[in-house]
Design a binder for this molecule. Structure first.
Ligand SMILES: Cc1cc2nc3c(=O)[nH]c(=O)nc-3n(C[C@H](O)[C@H](O)[C@H](O)COP(=O)(O)O)c2cc1C
Length: 251
């Protein structure tokens, strides 16, 4: 069984992970963006293949999925790591995924750093993954399938440092809401941490992980951050991170 497992608030990781898995073979998905899916324990056997995709947050794996990933178990299960980042840097995110899976009984035979439109600004990595990115993801999946068929299951060299860099700093902000909010609740459904009040979607609590799913989902552009540290990050990204980066494959 081939599984595409991903966490993907704004869907770029979902697209990338599923493109890789589809090129390996027929697959099923586990969407860890859904809070209920994160309550389960996932176990895989020897003949299975796990493609694990996550967005890079602060150069690391998003903290919100560490608990469910910590409960994964494999029995020599073949695994692939896909980190999707917003054209700044992926830093230790791939090596962290490699270590996490290896410690839990998986055999990581490939890893890739892919690009996705930045959660905080659509001016960085705009509309990525695009067709070219998805073609690279599919080609990567094909190479993985060939590697499995050849029975060559060595791990590649994966970039990153140990100990890993420090993760995201505390950012005690939640999205603000403009008058244009109609209270439709579309944001409630996409919030991966149930931080938005069902009865009054204008209210967001401190569980917010700043993933921007609600901001990107809102068709009325009613949600936004009003916080100087986030404005500074956006300015830095739009100033320094607009040159197109390409996916990097390790296989
Ligand atoms: C909290 C947070 C931290 C992020 N940190 C990084 C980072 O360190 N480097 C980077 O290039 N992109 C970073 N991004 C951008 C995301 O990795 C990127 O937009 C990704 O495509 C989002 O995946 P998704 O569409 O599956 O949610 C960050 C985004 C968020 C929300």
């Amino acid at each position: 069984m081939i599984t595409a497992m991903y966490f993907s608030p704004t869907k770029t990781t979902k697209k990338t992970t599923e493109a890789i898995a589809a090129a390996i073979g027929e697959y099923g998905s586990v969407d860890l963006t859904n809070p209920f899916a994160r309550k389960m324990k996932y176990m895989y056997g020897e003949g299975d293949v796990l493609v694990l995709g996550y967005p890079v947050y602060g150069g690391r794996i998003p903290e919100v999925i560490l608990e469910v990933l910590g409960k994964l178990s494999g029995e020599g299960t073949i695994a692939v790591v896909a980190g999707v980042y917003g054209n700044r840097a992926y830093e230790d995110a791939l090596i962290e995924g490699y270590d996490l899976l290896t410690e839990r009984g998986f055999k990581v035979i490939a890893a890739g750093a892919f690009l996705g439109e930045h959660s905080y600004t659509d001016k960085v990595a705009t509309a990525r993954p695009d067709e070219e990115d998805l073609a690279v993801a599919a080609e990567f999946g094909k190479q993985i399938r060939q590697k499995i068929e050849a029975g060559y299951l060595e791990a590649p060299e994966i970039p990153g440092n140990r100990p890993y860099k420090k993760g995201m700093p505390e950012m005690p902000f939640v999205p603000q809401v403009k008058e244009t909010c109609s209270g439709c609740g579309a944001c409630v459904k996409v919030c991966p941490v149930q931080a938005i009040d069902k009865k009054d979607p204008r209210k967001t609590n401190e569980n917010c992980i700043l993933c921007c799913a609600c901001i990107k989902k809102c068709t009325r552009n009613a949600k936004y951050f009003d916080a100087a540290p986030i404005d500074r990050i956006v300015t830095m990204l739009e100033t320094n991170c607009t040159d197109r980066k390409e996916p990097e494959l390790f296989i």
